[in-house]
Design a protein around this ligand. Structure first.
Ligand code: ADP
Ligand code: MG
Length: 255
């Protein structure tokens, strides 16, 4: 049986004025590459923050690696790259490799210097996101897209089993977006990292992912990406307000 790494049972979340999530049931299994898609304000970032324990559900339960989230201790098993990390303060005085190494801060705090194996891991993580040649540069001198790849390398440094990314391609130019998702697909298949991603790049991401969740306060579909085609026009309309299928067809015509 595949292992359930993340399980949400009837989760709702209420901000003061807004009910952002209602009655969410989601299971994410080991090896999944899940794309969460939905219009702006549909609760995508809120859902990720609930999984990460940054927000506590108003109702319902969260299980991580089979344990109730409040008892789950292995936080480094879940890597996170937030929506805001690519608007990094350009005056920040740190090199790329220092930023990546800081992902280790907790574990190495007592020793004040990093063992050789960590240097090798920093190099490997940077290489896996195609940034090894920029290791000595100042993080502030990189483009938004390059900074984002450095933050992914930083998340990879503690060998997470799950990587969670919130709209990671904002700031990456369109020709590099496919390469970026190809890189994530590689991490998923070859490095066996389960990936949960919020994105608007439905076309560009579709080759890499295994599963899709369509969210708009509630889950309108969650399953294998190919089964999404079985959603009726009514279901699509209820989810997005207009037919996504039509949007995709228009894109095809424009190509
Ligand atoms: P998405 O990531 O899909 O754009 P969010 O999860 O950020 O959506 O937001 C879902 C809803 O909750 C939106 O209506 C948003 O305005 C509201 N919301 C998000 N964050 C807060 C907050 N910190 N305080 C109050 N309302 C919020
Ligand atoms: Mg968001």
């Amino acid at each position: 049986m595949p292992k359930k790494l993340i399980h949400l049972n009837k989760v709702s979340y209420q901000y003061e004025q807004t009910e952002a999530l209602k009655d969410i049931n989601v299971s994410i299994e080991e090896g999944d590459f899940l794309a969460i898609i939905g219009p702006n304000g549909s609760g995508k970032s809120t859902l990720l923050k609930i999984i990460l324990g940054l927000l506590k559900p108003t109702e319902g339960e969260v299980f991580l690696f089979g344990e109730p989230a409040n008892l789950f201790k292995e936080r480094e098993w879940i890597g996170y790259v937030s929506q805001k990390s690519n608007s990094f303060n350009t005056g920040f005085p740190a090199t790329v490799e220092e930023v990546v190494r800081s992902g280790f801060a907790k574990k190495t705090g007592l020793f004040h210097r990093y063992p050789k194996s960590i240097q090798a891991k920093v190099k490997y993580a940077l290489k896996s996101v195609g940034m090894d040649m920029h290791a000595k540069k100042n993080i502030g001198d990189l483009s938004g897209g390059q900074q984002q790849r450095v933050f992914i390398a930083r998340a990879l440094i503690s060998d997470p089993k799950v990587l969670i990314l919130d709209e990671p391609t904002v700031g990456i130019d369109s020709e590099n977006v496919r390469t970026f998702y190809h890189m994530l697909g590689h991490l998923n298949r070859e490095h066996k990292i389960t990936i949960v991603l919020v994105t608007h790049d439905v076309d560009a991401v579709s080759k890499s992912i295994s599963h899709v969740a369509c969210l708009n306060r509630t889950i309108h579909f969650h399953g294998f990406k190919n089964d999404m085609d079985s959603m009726s026009d009514e279901q699509l309309e209820a989810w997005y307000g207009h037919s996504v299928r039509k949007v995709n067809h228009q894109k095809e015509v424009q190509k």
